[in-house]
Write a protein that binds this ligand. Structure first.
Ligand code: NAP
Ligand code: F7E
Length: 332
């Protein structure tokens, strides 16, 4: 019989790639989505594109335990991937309260409902390299102490601790992925990679001339989301639940990302990028680079997409999108 998985955050970048991956493996995929006042499926479900008619959606709010309880009362799942979160670090400085509320209580509600109704369902928590924050060692691994630098990072440490506590206290199968930054053409436009590739494409077409960024020297370990959702699935197939770092092991600065992305379009980023202090963060995470030796050894996971390929794909897709929006025929 087909395995049944529930994905919270199914409309996001990772939720969409994970849906495609699980459907490809023969899973029956369900998604938890929040109700919005003016639903426009062509916009909100764009990332689910061609697979929307193959998933079953359940309306529930991460702010409401009863709504989550109801979903688990209606259907039994083999696996639950808890991806829904306020995931933008900068926004967490603006409104730390709602970030904490969604990310901490939302995780607690899902865990508590599972414990009550389906304790055998395997649970995945979307932990983050932001938990390492002001890093205590380089590269960061599962044993590196956490020192989060934002309300978002703090909320993910709390979610990680809750997940481990349910595993230890109630013997539930609860695993956390400590995922480093992963990107794709489906990344939200406010994250730095997509902001760079989408604006560079518009500059190429003469639709704008300038890109305002914050700290160009911050360094990140950037991989492709399609590779990272494979790791999430593998984590829930292991005999014992555990926590895993998922990363490429390479780090690059925002400046390098700009150089390559603009270069892909035959442009010099120095002529277009300007630093603007509005995009600096009150406390920055300067350097992230992960050691995913454990995931590679135990799960047999490894990334397939290189940094250069990632940038090339994002630039190519954003150029196509900008051409469509501008009504070009692709000859720019
Ligand atoms: P994303 O694109 O921002 O997607 C977030 C998802 O969460 C969306 O489906 C969104 O639904 C949903 N969501 C947000 N607030 C919600 C709420 N109050 N109630 C219900 N749903 C809510 O994030 P992502 O990049 O796919 O990341 C997935 C998860 O991995 C997140 O937990 C993120 O924090 C974590 N993570 C991401 C990275 C990364 O580099 N991408 C790295 C480490 C960890 P709507 O469509 O309704 O907004
Ligand atoms: O910033 C710098 C910024 O917003 C990356 C989330 O998926 O990954 C993501 O968090 C770096 C930071 O991602 C701009 O200061 C410079 O140093 O793309 P980002 P993030 O904060 O690393 C982690 C692993 C997650 O878990 C999160 O959910 O780029 N930066 N100038 C800028 N960043 C943005 N957004 N915009 C700028 O203009």
């Amino acid at each position: 019989m087909a395995k049944k998985a529930l994905i919270t955050g199914i409309t996001g970048q990772d939720g969409s790639y994970l849906t495609e991956h699980l459907l490809g493996l023969g899973y029956e995929v369900h998604g938890l989505v929040r109700r919005v006042a003016l639903e426009d499926p062509t916009r909100r479900f764009t990332r689910l594109g061609g697979v929307l008619d193959r998933v079953k959606l359940h309306a529930a709010s991460l702010e409401s335990y009863p709504s989550i309880f109801q979903v688990f009362s209606r259907e039994q799942f083999d696996e639950c991937y808890h991806l829904a979160a306020q995931s933008f670090v900068a926004e967490s400085f603006t409104d730390g309260f709602s970030t904490m509320n969604t990310n901490i209580n939302g995780t607690h509600f899902v865990l508590a409902a599972l414990r009550e109704l389906q304790p055998a369902c395997r649970f995945y928590f979307a932990g983050s390299s932001e938990m390492f924050g002001k890093v205590r060692e380089v590269p960061q691994r599962e044993t590196t102490p956490f020192h989060p630098r934002s309300p978002y990072g703090i909320s993910k440490v709390a979610g990680f601790d809750l997940t481990r506590n349910y595993r230890e206290a109630y013997r539930m199968y609860c695993a956390s992925g400590i995922l480093f930054n992963h990107e794709s053409p489906r990344r939200g436009y406010e994250f730095v990679t997509r902001k760079v590739t989408s604006t560079a494409a518009r500059i190429k077409l003469g639709l704008t001339s300038e890109l305002l960024l914050g700290n160009l020297e911050a360094k990140r370990d950037w991989g492709h989301a399609r590779d990272y959702v494979r790791a999430m699935h593998l984590m829930l197939q292991a005999e014992e639940p555990d926590d895993y770092v998922v990363a490429t092991g390479e780090t690059h600065s925002v400046r390098e990302f700009c150089e390559l992305a603009f270069g892909e379009l035959g442009l010099d980023y120095r002529e277009h990028v300007r630093e603007d202090e509005r995009f600096y963060r009150p406390a920055e995470v300067e350097l992230l680079v992960g050691d995913s030796a454990k995931a590679r050894r135990v799960l047999g996971w490894e990334p397939q997409c290189s940094f250069d390929e990632l940038i090339r794909e994002m630039v190519r897709e954003d150029l196509k999108a900008a051409e469509r929006a501008a009504g070009h025929d692709g000859a720019a």
